[in-house]
Structure formats: C-alpha cells, structure tokens
Design a protein. Structure first.
Length: 362
C-alpha cells in the first residue's frame, strides 16, 4: 500500500497517462487475486467498504424486485449487518422476515429451515460462521433449499473466509460477502461476490462516475459488471492491501490455518471448561475459532477490562448480535477470537488472567 501511494497513486479507469494505467493494472490485479482466492471469476468480484456495505448493496438492489408478502429467510444467529438491512427492506416493501431457529446445541434447525423456505421465499441470507457461537452453518444445503423454490442464497462469510478454504462454486451460493480487516488486510475494504448472471440483472447500488456507460441530460446507461457497482473513486490502496494479505495467507495455506485454528480451539475449550463458574456459549463441535462465554459473578465488561491490564484483548458485549443474546437470555458475553498468530501460550495466559480476575471479584 505504501508503494502504491508513493509510486502509483492515481485514480483508476480514467486517465490515459502512465500513473493512472499503473494504478488501474494494480487494482484489477487485486480483483483477480480475490477471485482466485474464492474460486470466482474476476467480473464477479465487487469491491466494497466491507461485509456491511456488501449486504446493504444487495438489500438495495435485490430489494427493488420484492413485492408485498415476499419472504426473506435469515437465521437467529445473524450479525446486525445481516439483519437490520433486511428489517428496513421488509418495512419498506411490506415483505416478511422469517428466522431459522437454533437447536439446543447451537446449530441451525435444518428441519425448520425446510419448512420456512417456501415458494414465497425470495431471499435466504445466512451467516457461514457465527461471530458469537462459532457455529459453522451448512450453507451448501441452505443454498440448495433456496434454489429449489427459486430464491437466491446470500452468505455472510466475514468469519469463514479468513479461517478456512472457500470455493463459491462448491458452496453453491449466489452471493457471498467478506471483509479485508478480518484476514490481515486493511480496514475499509471488502468484497461482494455474485454470479455474473445475477449481477447483470441487478440495478446499481450507487450512481456517479465510473459506473456509467453513457450519460445524456435525459437518461443514463450502466457500465458492465463489476464496475456498474463501483461508483466513484474506489479504495484502490485497500484493494491492493487485501490482495497482499491474500498472498500472505495463501503462502501459509488455508488448510494449515484451519488446522491451526482447530488445535487452538480444542485446547482453549478444554481448559476454559475447567474454570469454575464458566458457561461456554456455542457448540463443542462443527465450530470455528471464536469462543464466547459467561463467567459467574463477573460482568463481561469487567472481565475484559481486567484482562486488558495484562495486555490480553478479548471482546465483551453483544458482539453486534443483540437479538441472539436476548434469545439466549444474556445481556452480553466475553469472546475470544483465535487466529494464525495465536499460540498455546496465549491461551495459557488467558486462563491465568481469568483466574486472576476471579480472585479479584471473589
């Protein structure tokens, strides 16, 4: 990114001069890198600010096709970014929101999913890996259920893309969204994947420079995909930074990263479970490397503050999933997020830090 700003900084797709051409080449090379990473074609990759903007883009563009009474099916474990846009859309279009419930072991109830996804369903939008529970959802099966009734399937992959190999063709989804900052990339850059066939049918999300083909005082026509969804000056340096992060992850190997995650998660679950007064909020199997828990007698915010004094950073609160916490009867949880830079020693320090907090609040 520094190299781009120092040596290639110019707007893309506009200038017939060397600096702009270099910037454009770097930007489009980043798109190719992202496409290869998730098994897509370059024209199916739209750069956004992040998962939140990607889903809002779909809510606005797909939303134009909804009619009163049409149904949107979500799950009870959605992040606010995959809930609030659909709430607002349902309000505007007089559509109906339905939620796939959880089982007692924090998995999606797939029998209920089959009942909820009907001929009235137009959109099924679900998280791949829960940012609270760690649950990995069967999105391939959900996509198949959606397609059986003519609905589209959207996958919030913000938590899964950084942690496991992802191939959109194998998942069978129509759209998939993720963010750069969760995978060693910069903030403010994200991706929306969509099948070319569907992207060509959708209206643009925003209007302005870069996304047009022809403009008169009376009307305008749109650029080809993916550029018709990238109005204005894009975050070129962010896209380049994301591509560099992907190169780094692929150099390690996504299979190796997933294996490392699982080793840490297994170790952390085993040792956290031995702490008195702890309740793990999430499944023991079929899960990713985020672990949420409560600790008897200690508010999540208090535990987080005590651990921070020991330079141990965890998240505390509802993690942008307030309805899920309400459903579970919780005001908040603590959440440990593990990744490729974490070690067994980090978990040991965490356990020691929690024991120290328990002594303080005893």
């Amino acid at each position: 990114m520094t190299k781009f700003y120092e040596e290639e900084n110019a707007n893309v797709h506009r200038g017939i001069y060397t600096l702009s051409e270099k910037a454009t080449m770097a930007y489009e090379a980043a798109r190719e890198t992202v496409a290869q990473f998730i098994g897509a074609a370059a024209e199916e990759i739209i750069f956004t600010k992040g998962t939140t903007e990607s889903i809002n883009l779909l809510a606005q563009s797909l939303g134009k096709t909804l009619q009163p009474g049409d149904e949107v099916v979500l799950s009870e474990m959605e992040h606010h970014a995959n809930l609030v846009p659909w709430q607002e859309l349902a309000k505007e279009k007089k559509a109906v929101l339905k939620f796939i419930p959880l089982t007692s072991d924090f998995q999606l109830d797939m029998e209920k999913a089959q009942q909820l996804i009907t001929r009235t369903t137009k959109i099924v939008s679900v998280v791949h890996m829960s940012n609270v529970l760690g649950t990995i959802n069967p999105v391939t099966e959900l996509a198949a259920l959606a397609h059986q009734v003519g609905a589209v399937c959207i996958v919030d992959a913000a938590q899964s893309v950084p942690h496991m190999p992802i191939n959109v063709r194998k998942l069978g989804c129509d759209f998939l969204a993720f963010s750069g900052h969760k995978m060693l990339g910069p903030m403010g850059i994200g991706v929306l994947y969509g099948t070319k066939k569907l992207l060509e049918t959708l209206s643009p999300f925003q209007y302005g420079g870069g996304m047009i083909q022809e403009v008169t005082y009376e009307k305008s026509t749109w650029n080809e995909v993916p550029w018709k969804f990238e109005a204005g000056t894009p975050h070129v340096a962010g896209a380049i930074g994301l591509a560099a992060a992907i190169d780094y992850l692929q150099g390690i190997g996504m299979d190796q990263i997933q294996e490392h995650d699982q080793e840490l998660t297994t170790y952390a679950l085993e040792h956290l479970s031995q702490l008195p007064g702890i309740t793990i909020i999430g499944p023991r199997t079929n899960r990713g490397a985020v672990i949420s828990f409560t600790l008897s007698g200690i508010h999540p915010h208090d535990l987080s503050e005590v651990l921070d004094r020991e330079r141990i950073a965890i998240r505390a609160g509802h993690h942008c999933a307030m309805p899920l916490h309400t459903k579970l009867g919780l005001v908040g949880t603590n959440r440990v997020s593990l990744y490729l830079y974490n070690t067994i020693e980090d978990i040991d320090r965490l356990i020691a830090g929690i024991r120290n907090a328990q002594r303080i609040f005893r």
